[in-house]
Design a protein around this ligand. Structure first.
Ligand code: HEM
Length: 165
């Protein structure tokens, strides 16, 4: 599957749409998303960006469980992350969460490469649906980059497809 990564360009606004619910359904609902995301976070624990996350396994497991709830909700599943985001727009909330970490383009590429590996391990799912989820991740992840080679932190403008609002 051509899960390409396009560069984050400083000053360029980011367009994205939330994943279609058909991906969530095809992957097997909440249980399927859990399997996918736990696999992703297990890979993160072994990745070049592991140092961003708690090193203690129990603490890391808590992050894994919490983060998976976000992905269940953003993919159109039940609103299991609502308590965390306190009614804020989910994507806006997620950008702000990442402000606490210095995320470079290199870390974004590692993050995307890791989730791409987990997505490639899915079996029997329509390629178009996987690509739709990828498109969300690939575009949205640009908004988590907040540390540029020239030392600046730039907050990109973004444009979320209207039907998601
Ligand atoms: C599509 C892009 C991304 C999505 C959807 C996403 C999603 C999330 C979610 C749901 C959380 C948990 C927020 C909370 O409730 O506390 C989180 C936290 C975090 N994310 Fe991301 N993330 C993305 C990209 C990245 C990238 C590129 C990095 C690069 C290192 C990253 C690093 C982190 C870190 C360090 C945390 C905090 C973990 C902690 O609480 O210790 N994320 N992310």
């Amino acid at each position: 599957m051509p899960m390409d990564i396009t560069p984050t360009i400083k000053g360029e606004s980011v367009h994205f749409h939330n994943p279609v619910v058909e991906f969530f359904e095809a992957v097997g609902g909440e249980d399927g998303m859990q399997k996918l995301m736990y696999n992703f976070y297990d890979k993160i624990y072994e990745s070049d960006i592991a140092h961003f996350f708690p090193q203690d396994e129990d603490e890391f497991d808590k992050i894994k469980v919490k983060n998976t709830k976000f992905f269940i909700q953003i993919c159109g599943g039940p609103k299991v992350y609502e308590e965390e985001s306190k009614g804020m727009d989910l994507n806006e909330f997620m950008i702000r969460i990442h402000d606490d970490f210095s995320i470079t383009e290199k870390s974004r590429i590692e993050w995307l490469g890791t989730i791409r590996d987990a997505l490639n391990e899915l079996e029997g799912i329509d390629e178009k649906l996987v690509m739709d989820f990828w498109s969300y991740l690939e575009n949205f992840s640009k908004l988590t980059v907040n540390s540029f080679p020239d030392g600046s932190t730039y907050y990109a403008a973004y444009d979320q497809a209207k039907e998601d609002k």
